[in-house]
Design a protein around this ligand. Structure first.
Ligand SMILES: *Cc1c(COP(=O)(O)O)cnc(C)c1O
Length: 464
């Protein structure tokens, strides 16, 4: 790790930041009262802040740094690309070697029926592309009435107008009057949060939630619906791992009613669930697939939409020009980063490692947290997991004012040298795929210590 290059003090950075930097998903008044944490470096799974603290990144940045920090292979590939061709567009019948090579490489690891990729710069943009492409597809099919979408409550699909509308986050909808017209939401297959008390088994609950899709299709009319979009595992919603019954039923319903199935693989893609894509893990055959985060491990921003032959063949034959694209679609530096990232994943067999080795190892360790008095459930697939904070275990009782305890727990965790994220009172984890066994042990030990400290804190406050 090279020495930190702190030209100014932490306090200086906080002041500049507070005065001029408006942060995403942040209560600015609250942040400015406190001051931002300043990160200055990282290596492997470890972050370093401006005060010299070493923090284990249990979240791979924002779910994206699959191959870990400080990989010279990516830095060198991007540097070389910037020297050769820093920018050229992919409009107007132009391409460049990195875009062509990355398109081939990324479709080679995708499910067999997805043979084309449309490059974007983020997950949100990918979902905007999905919205437009799905509509164009149905126009080409001479079914122009099929223009509406079904998504899920508590799903996350990004923060642009379409992304936030596909998403089922009520707080986001509350600001700026979303969703836009023609986007409907059904319930999520969240067993611990919503299924436990129904008297159904997890599989019965999974099927019941899937059948809400069929109810919604009947209500809106299959002739009016373009697509259903969902994450294989909901990430930002709190790592909601669906019961095994859920995806087969969803797939059946989409086929039966001739609705496109869109898998938002922005988090699940690129090995997170122990296969290249969450669709492989759950046996989903998506017509369109949004990708981003793990695609470049976050070294350079990039996203994409993977397009099935079913959709591509029709649109290519019938639509003429697709009037859609981004100035930086297929950016050379992003493609170079993506190619180097993919090569690392293949050479180090990271996906197989998550499936057969480090994934099962970490899952067992993580599950052991389930014996903690504050943890009602500890679940994990591949290397994406959650732990549910509860006030009492038998019978399960959650904390009042969901989110207060989770936020406290998150802050204690960072103080304790581990980045965990809180979604309400659900603690979530998604470490880089290169994490070692020793680092898994350390992560789980720090999580346990955090839960112990949380218990002490809550006991002192009389909240337990
Ligand atoms: C993060 C995320 C997005 C949005 O990606 P951005 O790059 O932040 O626009 C979309 N879908 C899912 C499932 C995500 O997790």
């Amino acid at each position: 790790m090279t020495a930190p290059v702190n030209l100014r003090s932490t306090e200086d950075y906080r002041k500049m930041d507070a005065a001029h930097h408006w942060h995403p998903f942040t209560d600015t008044a609250e942040l400015n009262a406190k001051g931002a944490r300043v990160f200055t470096g990282a290596e492997g799974v470890w972050l370093r802040d401006s005060e010299g603290n070493r923090i284990l990144d249990g979240m791979a940045g924002l779910w994206c740094v699959a191959v870990g920090y400080g990989r010279p292979e990516i830095v060198e590939a991007v540097t070389r690309q910037l020297q050769d061709l820093p920018y050229y567009n992919t409009f107007f019948q132009c391409t460049h070697p990195s875009a062509a090579e990355f398109a081939e490489a990324v479709t080679a690891v995708a499910p067999a029926h997805l043979n084309r990729v449309f490059f974007t710069n983020s997950g949100s943009e990918s979902n905007d592309t999905v919205f437009r492409l799905a509509r164009v597809y149905w126009d080409c099919m001479d079914k122009p009435s099929k223009k509406q979408f079904i998504a899920r409550r508590n799903g996350y699909h990004g923060s642009t107008v379409v992304g936030a509308s596909f998403g089922g986050m009520s707080a986001m909808h509350g600001q700026s009057d979303l969703p836009i017209e023609g986007i409907h939401h059904i319930g999520q297959p969240y067993w611990f949060g919503e299924g436990r008390e129904t008297g159904m088994t997890p599989d019965e609950f999974g099927r019941a939630r899937a059948r809400e899709l069929e109810d919604k299709i009947r209500e809106v009319g299959a002739d009016n619906i373009a697509a259903f979009i969902a994450e294989p595992i909901q990430g930002a919603g709190g790592v909601v791992i669906p019961p095994a019954s859920y995806w087969p039923e969803i797939s059946r319903i989409c086929r039966k009613h001739d609705i496109l199935l869109v898998a938002d693989e922005v988090i699940c893609g690129f090995g997170r669930t122990g296969n290249w894509f969450g669709s492989d893990t759950f046996g989903i055959e998506p017509d369109l697939m949004s990708i981003a985060k793990g695609m470049t491990s976050g070294y350079v921003p990039m996203g994409g939409v993977m397009i099935s032959d079913r959709v591509a063949d029709v649109v290519i034959a019938k639509a003429g020009e697709f009037y859609h694209g981004y100035t930086y679609s297929g950016h050379p530096a992003a493609c170079a980063a993506g190619l180097a990232n993919l090569r690392i994943m293949q050479e180090e067999k990271l996906v197989e490692r998550v499936r057969d080795d480090i994934g099962p190892y970490m899952q067992a360790k993580w599950a052991s947290l389930g014996d903690h008095p504050l943890i009602g459930e500890a679940r994990m697939t591949g290397l994406i997991g959650a732990a549910e904070l509860v006030r009492r275990k038998e019978p399960i009782e959650r904390f009042p004012d969901a989110g207060t305890t989770g936020t406290l727990c998150r802050n204690l965790s960072v103080e304790n040298g581990l980045v965990m994220r809180a979604v309400g009172d659900t603690m979530v984890i998604a470490p880089p795929l290169v994490i070692s066994r020793e680092e898994c042990d350390e992560l789980v030990a720090r999580a346990r210590k955090t839960f112990d400290r949380l218990a002490d804190h809550l006991t002192r406050e009389g909240a337990l």
